[in-house]
Ligand binder design. Structure first.
Ligand SMILES: *[C@@H]1O[C@H](CO)[C@@H](O)[C@H](O)[C@H]1NC(C)=O
Ligand SMILES: *[C@@H]1O[C@H](CO)[C@@H](O)[C@H](O)[C@H]1NC(C)=O
Ligand SMILES: *[C@@H]1O[C@H](CO)[C@@H](O)[C@H](O)[C@H]1NC(C)=O
Ligand SMILES: *[C@@H]1O[C@H](CO)[C@@H](O)[C@H](O)[C@H]1NC(C)=O
Length: 399
């Protein structure tokens, strides 16, 4: 770490220990004192502290990174190398529902499991991560694909306000709230999918959805189900998906060390009390060996998946994303190429790989465009739908 970075780190700690009373006094003034405190590592616990830290780092021209929920498992994605300062939002973890239950205020230190746990007693949920393990801020600033997406659009389309500290917009370190109608409406628009470069969000005002419980779970298909059969069902789902936007799926092909053939499974979701909804019929009709699809809160579902995701702790992970239109031939090529690639991969270590085909129906975009607050800044083109995205993820144990 460079000397400048060390000095700046001390300033960040100051921001926590002594909230920003003296923004204009030179940081060097009490540097001796601060360096003595360097052994105490702590996390910012107020938006004002965050704002002070950021404006100071910008003034010192020091590189910094911010970690929100801390979910992304790619090396370096949640951190900065020795050339800068890492600001952790862990303690900016407020959760507060409005009296009419229509909005929940969420701090950037939360993961979706925290949001779902908080909302469950109110019989509410939010357009958030499909697994609870996912962090809130990176997901919302990047758009956010949700099980509720076909009905309500991108998760970011369901943000009613962002409270931010934005050196790009407000060099003086002020904290402002951007809404669709106030003087920061352009910032509001950009933050709905524009990524993490415009501002540091200290609070997200999210619309809640009146779905205390949903049908959600996994299903694992019998070994007799072939790749061809499975892809036929994925394609069939894609064709019908826009007919009932309460449904969502994540079809999965998995192929890991120790296996000679891939296995097929799916995450299934329906926003309603219906164990056999029409759009999910292609998957429910395939022979299955296990199924957890049941009526419960997103919090209960999070507990199920988070337990599984914890098994990946310590694995190095990589993701690749390939967007394609809904096309049966293309699905086959992607599937076959994936299988061939894994077959050629030889490693003495443990590896887990998965190909997740994520259908994004037309309703996903139309719902986003209808969201209160001015359309979808991602300029998606519903008329080109139905579309589907495909995503390949793999994890390898370090060796
Ligand atoms: C660390 O990150 C900075 C900024 O991205 C980059 O310029 C530098 O090359 C990186 N250094 C190493 C050793 O990766
Ligand atoms: C939530 O729903 C349950 C079951 O329908 C009901 O008993 C309970 O009163 C509801 N709670 C709130 C806060 O609305
Ligand atoms: C910071 O800048 C904004 C926008 O120009 C202004 O509204 C606000 O009053 C300023 N805050 C301070 C503390 O000067
Ligand atoms: C479907 O994908 C195949 C393979 O990439 C391509 O040759 C074909 O033109 C595509 N069909 C449509 C209708 O786009």
């Amino acid at each position: 770490m460079t000397l400048l970075a060390q000095l700046s780190l001390a300033v960040v700690l100051l921001a926590f220990l002594f909230p920003p009373l003296q923004q204009d006094s030179p940081p060097q003034a009490s540097m001796q004192h601060l360096l003595q405190r360097l052994s105490q590592c702590d996390f910012l616990s107020s938006g004002a502290g965050l704002s002070f830290a950021v404006s100071t780092l910008v003034r010192l021209d020091t590189l910094f990174a911010v970690v929100g929920g801390g979910h992304m498992p790619i090396p370096g994605a949640n951190n900065i190398n020795g050339s800068g300062v890492l600001i952790a939002c862990k303690r900016l973890n407020q959760l507060r529902i409005s009296p009419d239950l229509g909005t929940v205020h969420v701090g950037p230190g939360n993961r979706w499991v925290d949001v779902y746990r908080y909302l469950a007693p109110y019989n509410r949920s939010a357009v958030g991560g499909r697994v609870g393990h996912v962090g809130v801020p990176g997901y919302l600033l990047g758009g956010g694909v949700s099980f509720f997406g076909n009905e309500y659009g991108w998760a970011s389309a369901n943000v009613a306000s962002f409270t931010v500290s934005s050196p790009a917009v407000l060099a003086n370190g002020s904290i402002v709230t951007a809404t669709p109608t106030n003087e920061y409406s352009d910032l509001f628009w950009a933050l709905r999918g524009g990524g993490n470069s415009f501002a540091l969000v200290t609070d997200f005002g999210l619309r809640t959805v009146p779905s205390g419980k949903v049908y959600v779970g996994t299903t694992t298909f019998d070994a007799s189900v072939s790749g061809t059969q499975f892809l036929d069902k994925v394609y069939e789902y894609g064709l019908r998906a826009a007919d009932d936007p309460k449904a969502a799926v994540i079809p999965l092909v998995e192929f890991s060390s120790g296996s000679t053939t891939p296995s097929y499974s799916a995450y299934l979701f329906y926003n309603g009390e219906n164990a056999a909804p029409e759009p999910l019929e292609p998957f429910l009709s395939l022979p299955q060996t296990s199924r957890t699809f049941s009526y419960r809160t997103m919090y209960d579902w999070s507990l199920e998946t988070d337990t599984e995701l914890l098994l990946l702790t310590g694995f190095r992970q990589r993701f690749w994303v390939l967007p394609v239109g809904l096309n049966r031939t293309a699905l086959q090529i992607i599937h076959d190429t994936y299988i061939d690639s894994v077959r050629q991969f030889s490693s003495s270590g443990i590896y887990l790989t998965a190909l997740a085909v994520m259908p994004v129906p037309r309703t996903f975009f139309t719902a986003s465009q209808k969201a209160p607050g001015g359309g979808d800044p991602k300029a998606s083109t519903p008329h080109k739908s139905p579309t589907s995205g495909s995503k390949k993820a793999s994890a390898t144990r370090g060796h």
